[in-house]
Design a protein around this ligand. Structure first.
Ligand code: SAM
Length: 216
């Protein structure tokens, strides 16, 4: 299924969309070169899979723009053996990128149809270190906590308290936080039990809907 053409298009994506915008982590760039993004988008838009934009994946949800996946992943500072929690499985693409760079990836999706599709796709490609869970991710995943890293790939009105509690000391959380239609990408590091936050780029994500997110 993987052709030389897709490899070449991914290299182009890395060289024209990621490196010029400042993505430097070689492990992240290599994961973006490797993961077959075209397999995570609906067939009718496969030709646009590597375009510089978010794309629809059904159920009114989106797969994030490649640059957004890359910057969020880079901010997580993954070294290889971390336990990562992702909120918002969507297509499963971000989870696949994380699976290339971390130890175990737990990913939560609230829409069962998307979770099923993502799980099947991830299994088909061979990612056996990704665990897909259907639930309200704003409550985290107590049974597998604490996590070294947490990434929220939907727009949160504020960082959900349960997620901060499930982050290890020294751990990093990355999330788009702000208004419903415009957010800032925030990176928080837990230091002595308190989250020390940095603000990165402006962004627009679909809403995080749940008990500690937006009301549906
Ligand atoms: N990471 C995804 C990918 O690689 O395709 C893109 C995520 S999409 C921008 C946001 C996803 O978050 C949607 O699939 C949406 O259903 C999901 N979502 C929203 N609120 C959620 C919640 N409380 N718990 C779990 N998933 C949620």
């Amino acid at each position: 299924m993987e052709t030389a053409d897709y490899k070449r298009i991914r290299e182009l994506m890395v060289e024209t969309q990621l490196i010029p915008r400042g993505i430097k982590d070689v492990r992240v760039l290599n994961a973006m070169r490797k993961v077959p993004r075209h397999l995570f988008v609906p067939e009718y838009i496969r030709h646009s899979a590597y375009d510089d934009m978010a794309l629809p994946i059904g159920e009114d949800q989106t797969i994030s723009q490649p640059y957004m996946v890359a910057i969020m992943t880079e901010l997580l500072e993954l070294k290889g053996d971390e336990s990562v929690l992702e909120i918002g499985t969507g297509s499963g693409y971000q989870a696949a990128v994380l699976a290339e760079l971390a130890g175990e990836v737990y990913t939560i999706e609230r829409i069962p149809e998307l979770a099923d599709r993502a799980q099947r796709k991830l299994e088909e490609i061979g990612y056996d270190n990704v665990h897909v869970v259907v639930s309200d991710g704003t409550k985290g995943l107590e049974e597998s906590a604490p996590f070294d890293r947490i990434i929220i790939t939907a727009a949160a009105p504020k960082l959900p308290e349960p997620l901060i509690n499930q982050l290890k000391e020294g751990g990093i959380v990355v999330a788009p936080v702000g208004e419903r239609f415009s957010q800032m990408l925030i990176k928080g590091r837990k230091e002595k039990g308190v989250l020390v936050e940095e603000y990165h780029t402006a962004c627009v994500f679909v809403p995080l809907v749940g008990e500690y997110g937006w009301k549906g």
